[in-house]
Each structure stands twice: as structure tokens, then as C-alpha cells.
Design a protein around this ligand. Structure first.
Ligand code: PLP
Length: 478
């Protein structure tokens, strides 16, 4: 656990104000001036109804002085609240010494120091590093490596995963609803998708579980690999150790064991997309370390890898996959010296400051405070947490467990007014909390209590839902 005297100050323990009226006048003035120039989520203020003026402790402060406990954490890229001192100092020094540098061509000490550290902490046979700048690029690079190393065309993915926003694998396999509603999801060849293992909601049956999450492997073995493709056409599989954007699902050990056996039998490479789960998020340095037996061939890093500093992502691979490769994947901005120095400082904080213990404590608190809601509130179907990845899944009723996306948005909005900024997206039916890994337990518990209050207030007058999930996207056809 973080030493409360040494590293947690009173400012870190400040609790949020929230606000009954959002957006406030200053935020509204900004929206009026700039909305005509923005698109997509930047022009949509129903989910985040304020303009941020900055961060203080573990709070986001808006332009009107209202504060919100930050459970979005820059979608995972700010693992320590505001960029911490050791990360800033390391980045500043690298800036002074190197400025901008193209690390793919001009080797420099910050980049090489980071490579050495990554190889030291990487699990199993991973001992090569390819530089990158975003998770999306790392994913696309991994697909190229898998195909080059095996000479096979197909990549197996798991439905509900998220891999970013480019046009290839990400558009073909990402869970972001906009890929469906914009109708650009179906034109991508070379990707084979089976559902992500899910113990709460089965893709093969209706009604409540709990389900055996290995049934998806029965489907893969008995149908897909018999009727659709020969297993020897599959280069490898791309899997998130914990389904992040898809709602915090943690596969069972039995699932991993069977998946591993299949991969070994057919020569599939295993690529772990750890963009969301790496660097302590699950209470282990890497998410897959919550289980045993998987020895990855590739592993992708992003988000918290930047330690709240500058953009950076990476691919770790084995000699077999990477040593003889001709691929050139890095970007101009990949592994800039300052980004590497900041990342290295962040890894040091995780190793030295009891961060992983704090993450496990946050998991415990979420389950303690939120699980009772499943019994208490008809619309709370499930409460899940893996480290500092936590989700509530909402249902229309317990008998059908039909999804309740409107309930989810209403709870999110009620929680924001109470000072809790979680992660939500339209068309999904889970609400996530993704606090900083270092958030003081008492601040986190306070947010859980506020969120529970928001749930109860919405449950008192639940919003109407559509009967079929399909209706949430069908209406968006242009
Ligand atoms: C598992 C996973 N992979 C890849 C990405 C894409 O990363 P980026 O947004 O840095 O491109 C994300 C982003 O949310 C992610 O969660």
C-alpha cells in the first residue's frame, strides 16, 4: 500500500464538489464559441458536460471551479493523476539533452534505457522491442509481424475487443459502436472473430448465467475451424487479457488453458493486447500475470506506458517473431527521448512505491461497495473489478438480463453531477471506473458511495429502453 504519510498529501485526499447544473456558465460559453468547429465526441457534451480547466489531486477542475473525481484518467493514459514529479523531471531532462529525436534511426540513451528495462520486466520469452506511438499503431504492427513470421493470412480476434481507430484490424474488430453505425466495419478481410469469453452474458443463449466461458472455444473448435477456415491458415490470435472497452471481463483460467493448448497444437502466435492492462492497471505489472500458463509471442503496450507523460506505445516480441524481420513499423514520433524518459520514470514508480498494492485495494473496495447493489437494485446486473478496472453492467431486469443502455447513460450523468467522472459510451450498457493507480482508497470509496447513490436515484425512475439491442444501432443508418 502507498505510504500515506510519505506520498499522499491533503490535496490528494480532496473530495469532489460535483455540480447540480452542468455545464456551468463558463463551460457553456466555451461550447457556444467552439461547437461549430468540432465534430464527434468533441462536439457532444451530454456525457462530459464541462470544459476542464486543469487537474488538482485526483480531481478534474472545470472552467466554473466545479470538481469531479477522475475515474477516466485520460482513458487510462494518466495512471498517477496529474503527471507526477518524477515523470516531469525525467521528461524535462531528456528534452534539454535531446529535444526531438527520431529514435528508430538515431539511437539515444533514453530510448535504449527503456528497451533494457522492458526486457528486464517482460514475461516469458519476450526480449525484443519495436517502438511505436499509439496503441492503434502497435496493433496494426502486430498483425504484420504475425503474418510475416508465419506466412499465414488470418488473425483470430475476440468480439467486443477494442484495438483503436485505424481502418484495418481496428475497424474490423473493434467494439466501438461507431464502427458499426458508420457502416465501415464489414469491409476488412483477414480477420476471424469469435465472441470474447463472458461469464455474465452468453452469446449462445438468452437469460441469466453464470456461464462457462470456455463455451466460446467449443464454438471455435466445433464450428469455425470445421466449417469456415482450416486452423493452419491462422497466423495467430489477438486478445486482451481483460476485456477493457467491452466491459471488464476476465476470462477463467480454464479458458486460458484451453486457448493455449489450441494455439500450441496449430502453431498460432499469441499476441496480448495489453494497451489497456499494462503497467499496473490490473494489480500486476502486466494483465496476463493474473493467470498462469500463457507464454506470449507478442505483447502490446500503450496508455499507462506513457505514465501520464508524452505519447508512446510499443511492441514486445520473441526472437522467433522479431529477430529476422524486415518490417519497419515505427513512427516519426515513436519512442521520442522525452517520452521514453517519462515512461521509464513511471515504471520506477510502480516498482518502488507500492502502487500494485494500492491497485488491489481499489479492486477490493469496489467489490465491497458495489456488489451489494446487484441484490438491491433490479437494473444492476453485475459488478466486476480487475485491479483498477471496474464496471457496473446494467440490465432491464434480472430475469432476461436484457441490456439497459439508457439506464447506463442516466447513471453516468447522475454520477457526474455527484462529482464522479467515469467512462461511458452510448450504445454500451456498462459504466466503468478507471481511477489513477495511486488514488487514495478513501477518495475511491467516496466515489463508489456517490456512484451507488446515483444508481439508486435512476432506479427510482428508470428511463425507457429499447426492446432489442439491435435497435440501438439500427436507428443510426444514414
Ligand atoms: C486494448 C486496446 N488496444 C488498443 C487501443 C488503441 O490505443 P490508442 O488509442 O493509443 O491508439 C486501445 C485504446 O483504448 C485499447 O483499449
Amino acid at each position: 500500500m502507498l505510504n500515506p504519510d510519505a506520498s499522499t498529501t491533503d490535496a490528494d485526499r480532496e473530495l469532489p464538489t460535483g455540480a447540480a447544473e452542468l455545464p456551468g456558465p463558463q463551460s457553456r460559453a466555451w461550447f457556444e464559441r467552439t461547437d461549430g468547429h468540432l465534430t464527434g465526441t468533441m462536439a457532444d457534451h451530454e456525457l462530459v458536460p464541462f470544459v476542464a480547466a486543469g487537474k488538482r489531486g485526483y480531481l478534474v477542475v472545470d472552467a466554473d471551479g466545479n470538481t469531479f473525481a477522475d475515474h477516466m484518467s485520460s482513458w487510462g493514459a494518466s495512471p498517477f493523476g496529474p503527471t507526477p514529479e518524477p515523470v516531469r523531471v525525467a521528461m524535462d531532462q531528456a528534452w534539454r539533452e535531446h529535444g526531438m529525436q527520431i529514435s528508430g534511426w538515431v539511437q539515444n540513451e533514453p530510448a535504449l534505457r527503456l528497451v533494457e528495462k522492458l526486457v528486464e520486466i517482460a514475461p516469458g520469452r519476450l526480449n525484443r522491442v519495436e517502438y511505436s506511438v499509439t496503441g492503434t499503431l502497435a496493433v496494426e504492427g502486430a498483425v504484420k509481424f504475425m503474418r510475416e513470421a508465419t506466412g499465414r493470412p488470418l488473425v483470430l480476434t475476440f468480439g467486443g475487443q477494442y484495438h483503436g481507430e485505424s481502418t484495418y484490424l481496428t475497424a474490423g474488430a473493434s467494439s466501438d459502436l461507431s464502427n458499426v453505425t458508420s457502416q465501415r466495419a464489414q469491409y476488412v478481410a483477414g480477420i476471424l472473430t469469435v465472441p470474447y469469453p463472458n461469464r455474465f452474458r452468453s452469446p449462445f443463449r438468452t437469460g441469466p448465467g453464470p456461464f462457462d466461458d470456455t463455451e466460446v472455444l467449443d464454438y471455435l473448435e466445433n464450428y469455425v475451424l470445421v466449417q469456415q477456415v482450416h486452423p493452419a491458415q491462422i497466423a495467430g490470435l489477438m486478445i486482451e487479457p481483460v476485456l477493457g472497452e467491452g466491459g471488464i471481463h476476465a476470462p477463467s483460467q480454464a479458458f486460458w488453458d484451453r486457448l493455449d493448448a489450441l494455439a500450441k497444437r496449430w502453431g498460432w502466435l499469441i499476441c496480448l493486447d495489453e494497451v489497456q492492462t499494462c503497467m499496473g492497471r490490473t494489480g500486476e505489472m502486466f494483465g496476463m500475470q493474473r493467470w498462469t500458463g500463457i507464454d506470449p509471442d507478442l505483447m502490446l503496450l500503450g496508455k499507462a506506458f506513457a505514465a501520464g507523460g508524452q505519447p508512446i506505445a510499443g511492441l514486445l516480441g520473441t526472437d522467433e517473431v522479431m529477430a529476422g524481420s524486415d518490417l519497419h513499423l515505427g513512427s516519426t514520433y515513436g519512442f521520442t527521448p522525452a517520452a521514453c524518459a517519462g515512461s521509464l520514470a513511471g515504471i520506477g514508480m510502480i516498482e518502488d512505491e507500492g502502487v500494485l498494492d494500492n491497485v488491489r485495494e481499489l479492486e477490493r473496495i469496489f467489490l465491497e461497495e458495489m456488489r451489494p447493489l446487484v441484490d438491491e437494485v433490479e437494473q444492476v446486473g453485475d459488478a466486476r473489478a480487475v485491479g483498477a478496472l471496474a464496471a457496473l453492467e446494467f440490465v432491464q431486469d434480472k430475469a432476461t438480463i436484457r441490456p439497459a443502455p439508457s439506464f447506463q447513460v442516466a447513471v453516468h450523468q447522475a454520477a457526474v453531477r455527484r462529482g464522479v467522472l467515469g467512462i461511458t459510451q452510448r450504445g454500451k450498457w456498462h459504466l466503468r471506473l478507471q481511477p489513477a493507480l495511486t488514488m487514495p482508497p478513501e477518495v475511491f470509496r467516496d466515489s463508489c458511495l456517490r456512484l451507488a447513490d446515483a444508481v439508486r436515484s435512476v432506479a427510482a425512475e428508470p428511463p425507457p429502453e429499447t426492446e432489442r439491442v439491435l435497435d440501438t444501432v439500427a436507428g443510426s443508418a444514414r
